[in-house]
Design a protein around this ligand. Structure first.
Ligand SMILES: Nc1ncnc2c1ncn2[C@@H]1O[C@H](COP(=O)(O)OP(=O)(O)O)[C@@H](O)[C@H]1O
Ligand SMILES: [Mg+2]
Length: 311
């Protein structure tokens, strides 16, 4: 009798991170424990279409996808409505954390330190945007509200650059978030695993040298990373872990997530974002952070599927 669990590997998708998703899927395909799981491939094309009859044949879905339309709760809701279990957070938590304005509002309400920010839509008058920018003070970071992989994100040093940055960000979303820029921040990332009982990694670090961590630096010419950030005090490490767990809990995450932070030159910590479906190739930060806790990539895949089945 075949007792292996049938896992639907869902990848591709209608998002800017289609290609990244293919890399994640490839890594999972090569490393999943074949004595426990049978993989069924479910490819979502660039228009968001896939063969829904394939879902009938699986017991749990592994979401190897990223970005809008994939990570934002729509697919999660669809799977839920079809009675299917899937890896990672549910529809609501996915939606909150893909929406940078709402996500920041949640952080603020829980007392987590964030940069100063404001959000608006396409009809918000430019004079009001400028007024708020004046209040924040330059430099600022202009971001489409709901993308990922740094797409459409620009740093504005000088007010004359604002119009172009708004135009660029509005290409990707009809809402924008403007944040006060942290100067030369350290970029620290923490991995959290679990549904009810959480396992939290030490912070890892991306060496961005004060630049915006761009799509190119994420996937084409990667910045150097360290899976255990050095020169942090025990208090700072504990603070990062505690903030990561708080953020995970207040937004209702399940399964796993990667929580990203900035640290300024004075050691002040700001929470930046939660990635509910973080990069998940063997060399991505999330698996690396878990590896530092003694979890092999294969065991991590197994655990994430088990957590999905227990949800
Ligand atoms: N407030 C900020 N201050 C300084 N740098 C920032 C700020 N916000 C974003 N960045 C830079 O832009 C990158 C991408 O921003 P992020 O909010 O993480 O978007 P994404 O969801 O696309 O990853 C960050 O990793 C960082 O390098
Ligand atoms: Mg990011």
């Amino acid at each position: 009798m075949n007792t292996k669990k049938k896992v639907g590997l869902i990848y591709g998708g209608n998002s800017f991170e289609h290609e990244v998703s293919k890399m994640t899927a490839q890594s999972i395909r090569e490393n999943i424990d074949q004595s426990l799981f049978d993989i069924k491939e479910i490819y979502i094309d660039k228009s968001g279409n896939f063969d829904k009859t394939l879902l009938k044949d699986i017991e749990v879905a592994f979401l190897a996808i990223h970005g809008p339309n994939c990570e934002d709760g729509k697919l999660q809701k669809f799977l839920q409505d079809n009675g299917l279990k899937y890896t990672g957070s549910g529809a609501k938590a996915s939606q909150i954390n893909m929406d940078k304005i709402i996500m920041h509002d949640y952080f603020r309400k829980a007392g987590l330190n964030t940069v100063s920010y404001f959000g608006f839509n396409k009809i918000f008058p430019i004079k009001d945007i400028k007024k708020s920018v004046n209040k924040l003070g330059l430099p600022i970071i202009v971001k489409p509200n709901n993308t990922g992989s740094s797409i459409g994100i620009l740093r504005v040093e000088n007010i004359d650059q604002l119009d172009d940055a708004l135009k660029e960000a509005f290409k990707y979303d009809n809402r924008i978030i403007i944040e006060k820029a942290v100067l030369n921040p350290r970029e620290l990332e923490v991995a959290v695993l679990g549904n009810d009982k959480l396992l939290t990694s030490k912070p890892g670090e991306i060496f961005t040298h004060g630049q915006v961590y761009s799509y190119e630096n994420k996937y084409c010419k990667p910045f150097k990373t360290n899976k255990v950030a050095e020169e942090l005090s025990k208090t700072q490490v504990d603070q990062l872990k505690e903030m990561a767990e708080t953020a995970y809990c207040i937004t209702g995450c399940k399964g796993y997530a990667r929580i990203d932070f900035f640290m300024d030159q004075n050691g002040q910590i700001y929470i930046n974002e939660i990635n509910t479906l973080p990069g998940f190739t063997k060399i991505s930060m999330f698996p690396q952070l878990m590896q530092a806790l003694g979890f092999s990539y294969q065991d991590l895949i197994t655990e994430i599927i088990q957590l999905a089945l227990k949800k």
